[in-house]
Design a protein around this ligand. Structure first.
Ligand code: NAP
Length: 313
């Protein structure tokens, strides 16, 4: 057994991981949280959170995650930064590697969340960091007075587009259909904002520009109905097309569904491996809200606590 043996290891932060930490710490399980490269998860790249109960005036995502972390720390949670690149859940104690460092645990809670998705165009990949971005909150500031585009028609895309109007002179929302998937209140924000134009039935086929000379200059989009192509001038090319679950290290270790999300017992947080639990966006492709993630983090902590108690008894 490694000298880094833990009762519970929580992999990943965000509302699910931090809540699991608060509950397991208060249950005196002395959790170790492996934070990953973006502690706080997706909420650290969002702007104002208006729908988390208890914050009537709203709260900034990073600030909220800082509060969650402090609350977990208050009850003795320890944190390790780094990415988990390998696990072995075939026998107990379970093994988790962060680069060369091996940690073992009696129970593991997976809360690694999901990451922004890219279109996969070669030109897009080449220009990541040179005008192509998956995070409006992180990079919006660089586009003061410039034209930008946001791809997608869901809540994320609409939220990004609205946020970017704070800086950009014009925001074009590029959506592949003729109606937005986003919720009614978010759609209204788009239609009421004079700085936002929607390019309906359109998909980007190329991001134009040179990473060595000024970055993105535009995008060539195709009308999916007519097949016609045109160029939209832009300096920022933002993605808002959804997320991919962060389950790479868990492939083959726990059951995943066809989209890569961790499979759990319906209504619970148990995976197919006894002693391994999952919570938050990594197992939830339906709700994906901070509040539901936090709720499932609490559930995972309680499920882990009960399971560990059964092992002792
Ligand atoms: P989403 O709801 O899955 O929307 C993804 C959008 O991207 C859709 O409009 C989709 O088009 C489009 N899309 C997907 N793949 C594409 C591709 N390859 N090329 C072009 N377009 C593509 O994802 P989301 O907006 O990230 O939202 C996820 C969840 O989080 C939702 O439940 C949402 O309500 C929630 N959320 C809430 C808030 C908030 O309340 N403040 C903010 C952000 C997210 P189609 O519509 O044609 O499928």
């Amino acid at each position: 057994m490694s000298d880094k043996h833990e009762k519970v290891i929580i992999i990943g932060t965000g509302p699910a991981g931090y809540t699991a930490a608060i509950y397991t710490a208060r249950a005196e399980l002395e959790p170790l949280v492996i934070e990953g490269l973006q502690p706080g998860g997706q909420l650290t790249t969002t702007t104002e959170v208006e729908n988390f109960p208890g914050f009537p005036e709203g709260v900034m995502g990073p600030e909220m995650m800082d509060l969650f972390r402090k609350q977990a720390e208050r009850f003795g949670t320890r944190f390790v930064s780094g990415m988990v690149d390998k696990v072995d859940f075939t026998q107990r104690p379970f093994k988790v590697w962060v680069h060369e460092d091996l940690y073992t645990a009696d129970a593991v809670i997976i809360s690694t969340g999901a990451s922004a998705r890219y279109l996969g165009l070669e030109s897009e990949q080449k220009l990541i960091g040179y005008g192509v971005s998956g995070c409006a909150t992180c990079d919006g500031f660089f586009y003061k007075g410039k034209e930008v585009v946001v791809v997608g028609g869901g809540d994320s895309a609409v939220e990004e587009a609205t946020f970017l109007t704070r800086f950009a002179s014009k925001v074009t929302l590029i959506h592949r259909r003729d109606e937005l998937r986003a919720s009614k209140i978010m759609r209204k924000r788009v239609f009421d904002n004079p700085k936002i134009e929607v390019a309906w039935n359109s998909v980007p086929v190329e991001v134009l520009g040179d990473p060595k000379v000024g970055g993105v200059t535009g995008t060539r989009v195709k009308d999916v109905k007519t097949g016609e192509e045109r160029v939209i001038t832009c300096h920022g090319f933002f993605l808002g097309i959804g997320h991919t679950p962060n389950t790479e290290p868990f492939k083959g270790a726990v059951d995943l569904d066809e989209s890569g999300y961790v499979k759990v017992t319906p209504g619970r947080t148990h995976t197919n491996v006894e002693g391994i639990f999952a919570c938050g966006d990594v197992m939830d492709l339906v709700y994906r809200q901070a509040i539901t993630a936090a709720g499932s983090g609490c559930a995972a902590a309680i499920d882990a606590e009960h399971w560990l108690a059964d092992q002792d008894g």
